[in-house]
Design a protein around this ligand. Structure first.
Ligand code: SF4
Length: 517
C-alpha cells in the first residue's frame, strides 16, 4: 500500500503531514511565479512553510517578507562560473552576504519574492538548484570535498554523488518524506563527510570478492543531531559503487513508507532505525534490492572534521590543493568573485566547500601555490588560521533565524578572535555555536559546544545565555559532547571560556588535544 493510502484520513497525523498529503511540497515551484508577480502580501500565511521545498525560509521577522535561500552544492564542488553566479545573486539581491553551511551548501539572506524567479533562472543557467535544500525531502548530498583529487580517498565518489543527487532532485516520488533526510557519500579515509551524523552514509570499505580485493562502501543508517542525537549504525552489508543509487532508493523508500508521521519530533529516520535495529533494517532493504553482500573491512582512519588547511599534494602528480579558513563560514560577495578569479588564474577554476564551513581551491600547479598565496584576499581567508578562529563553526542565529534564541555568528567570531589573543595553544580546539536546541552548527560533535538559551537574571530580566558542552568527536565511532552544570550569561562567555581554556593549556601535555585531555 502506498504511504498516501496508508495515512489518508488518519487523524493522528500531525498538521504538517495532513497538509503534505493535500499538496506536495514541490508544487510551490508552480506557485512562485504568481506570488512574485503579486508580491509578498499575496502569499497566504499557511503557504509560508511550503517554500522550504524550494530551499527558501522566511527570515526573522517573517512578516517583513525577506527570504533566506539555501543552494545545493553536491559534494561541495563548484565551478568558477557557478561561484560567479552565486556571488552575483548575493551582490544583486542578498546584500552581499554569502554563507557556507555545515553541509557544504551556500546560503543567501534578504531575498524578496519578486526576485526569486530571476534567481532560479540564474541558478539554472549554471546547473545549480535550491530544490529540496530545505523541507521534508532529500537535502544536499554531502561528499568528500577532495573527491577525485584526494590521495586519501579509496576512489573518486563525485560521479556517484551526482548520480544519486540527480535522481532525488525534484523527484516527486520522494518529495514527501516524514522529515528532513540527509545523506553522505564519501571514501575520504578521514571521514570528511561526518558519516555518523547523517541519516544514511556510504563509507569506505574493501572486501575480497572471488579472490580479488574490491573497493566499495559500508552503509551507516540512523544518525542525526538535534535534541535527541543518534550516531548512525553500520549494517552488515558491502556495497559496490554501482549499487549505491539503488540502495539509496531502497532506504529512502523505506523511510517514506515506514517512517513515523504522527509526531514531528519523532519522525527522523534515526527513530525508525533505533526501533528496528541494524539487522531488521538490512532485511527490509533486501526486500527491495535482493541479497546484499556481508560487510568487508572498514578502511577509515582518524577523523579530520573536514579541515584541510595549507598546501597539499593531490593524487595527480604536480598538482596541489589549498585549504583556506573562512571565519565562521561567512564571505562577502566580492570575496567570492575574487576567489573565482584566482581559482581560474591559478587552478582549473574550481572551488570546493567543506562541512567545516571552509574552502578549498584545487588543481593548482604545485610551483604556483606560493605565488597564489601572495594574493591580498588570503590575508583574511588564510591557510594558517589561529587555533580558535580556524576551528570555530557557527549556525545562522538570531540575525536571520526564526528559531534562534541568541546571536551566534558574529558572537562566535568575536569570541574566537579574543581567545586567539588571550590563550596561545599548540593544538586547535573545535568550538561550535548554535542559537537553539537544533543543530545547524553541529554543536554535539564539537570539542566545546555552545548552545544558546534565554536566562532570567537575578533582577528578573531575560538575557541571552549559553550552556556549555564538552568532549564531542567522531573519532573511534563517535561520542556526543556532555553538558557542564550551569549556564553562562552571553556577556560573560568569552572570559569564562578563557579561564576554562587556560586551565586546559596549563594542565595538558605537549600536543595533547582537547579530546585526549
Ligand atoms: Fe536557527 Fe537553531 Fe539552526 Fe541556529 S541551530 S540556525 S538558531 S534553527
Amino acid at each position: 500500500m502506498s504511504y498516501e493510502k496508508k495515512w489518508a484520513g488518519n487523524e493522528k497525523l500531525n498538521k504538517t503531514e495532513k497538509k503534505k498529503l493535500e499538496k506536495d511540497g514541490l508544487e510551490i515551484f508552480n506557485d512562485i511565479p504568481n506570488y512574485a508577480k503579486y508580491g509578498f502580501s499575496s502569499i497566504p500565511k499557511e503557504e509560508w512553510d511550503s517554500f522550504k521545498w524550494a530551499g527558501l525560509y522566511l527570515q526573522r521577522p517573517k512578516e517583513d517578507g525577506f527570504f533566506m535561500m539555501r543552494v545545493n552544492v553536491p559534494s561541495g564542488i563548484l565551478t568558477h562560473e557557478q561561484a560567479e553566479v552565486l556571488a552575483g545573486i548575493s551582490k544583486d539581491y542578498g546584500r552581499g552576504v554569502f554563507d557556507i553551511t555545515t553541509r557544504q551548501a551556500i546560503q543567501f539572506h534578504w531575498l524578496e519574492i519578486e526576485q526569486i524567479p530571476d534567481i532560479f533562472n540564474r541558478l539554472h543557467s549554471v546547473g545549480l538548484s535550491s530544490a529540496g535544500a530545505c523541507g521534508d525531502i532529500t537535502r544536499n548530498i554531502v561528499g568528500n570535498p577532495l573527491a577525485g583529487i584526494d590521495p586519501n580517498e579509496l576512489f573518486d565518489t563525485s560521479p556517484i554523488v551526482k548520480e544519486v543527487f540527480d535522481f532525488f532532485q525534484h523527484n516527486e516520488d520522494f518529495s514527501n518524506l516524514p522529515r528532513k533526510y540527509k545523506m553522505s557519500i564519501s571514501t575520504n579515509l578521514h571521514n570528511a563527510a561526518n558519516a555518523e551524523i547523517n541519516c544514511v552514509s556510504f563509507t569506505p570499505a574493501v572486501k575480497v570478492i572471488e579472490g580479488e580485493e574490491t573497493k566499495g562502501f559500508h552503509i551507516k543508517i540512523g544518525g542525526g543531531l538535534s535534541a535527541r542525537p543518534y550516531l548512525a549504525e553500520t549494517i552488515d552489508a558491502f556495497v559496490l559503487p554501482a549499487q549505491v543509487r539503488n540502495i539509496s532508493v531502497a532506504i529512502t523508500t523505506i523511510f517514506r513508507d515506514y517512517g513515523y508521521r504522527e509526531k514531528r519530533h519523532l519522525a527522523r529516520l534515526k527513530f525508525l532505525m533505533a526501533d528496528w535495529g541494524a539487522e531488521r533494517f538490512k532485511e527490509k532493504i533486501e526486500e527491495y534490492t535482493g541479497p546484499l553482500l556481508a560487510k568487508g573491512i572498514d578502511v577509515s582512519k582518524a577523523w579530520n572534521a573536514g579541515y584541510f588547511y595549507g598546501v597539499h599534494p593531490q593524487k595527480q602528480a604536480g598538482l596541489s590543493y589549498v585549504g583556506f579558513n573562512v571565519p565562521v563560514g561567512r564571505l562577502a560577495a566580492d570575496e567570492v568573485l575574487e576567489l573565482a578569479r584566482i581559482s581560474k588564474e591559478y587552478g582549473n577554476g574550481e572551488i570546493r566547500t567543506c562541512n567545516s564551513q571552509n574552502l578549498i581551491i584545487p588543481n593548482i600547479p604545485s610551483e604556483k601555490a606560493e605565488k597564489m598565496l601572495e594574493e591580498k584576499i588570503f590575508e583574511r581567508i588564510t591557510v594558517r588560521p589561529r587555533s580558535f578562529i580556524g576551528y570555530s563553526v557557527s549556525c545562522t542565529g538570531i540575525e536571520y533565524c526564526n528559531l534562534a534564541l541568541v546571536e551566534t555568528k558574529e558572537r562566535m567570531r568575536r569570541i574566537a578572535e579574543y581567545l586567539d589573543e588571550e590563550v596561545l595553544l599548540d593544538v586547535p580546539v573545535r568550538l561550535h555555536m548554535v542559537g537553539c536546541p537544533n543543530s545547524c552548527g553541529q554543536r554535539q560533535i564539537a570539542d566545546i559546544g555552545l548552545q544558546g538559551i534565554k536566562m532570567k537574571t537575578k533582577d528578573k530580566k531575560m538575557v541571552e545565555a549559553f550552556e556549555i558542552y564538552v568532549g564531542g568527536t567522531l573519532n573511534n565511532g563517535g561520542k556526543f559532547n556532555e553538558k557542564l552544570k550551569g549556564k553562562i550569561e552571553g556577556s560573560l562567555l568569552a572570559p569564562v571560556l578563557k579561564g576554562f581554556l587556560t586551565y586546559f593549556k596549563e594542565n595538558k601535555h605537549l600536543e595533547e588535544t582537547f579530546f585526549e585531555f
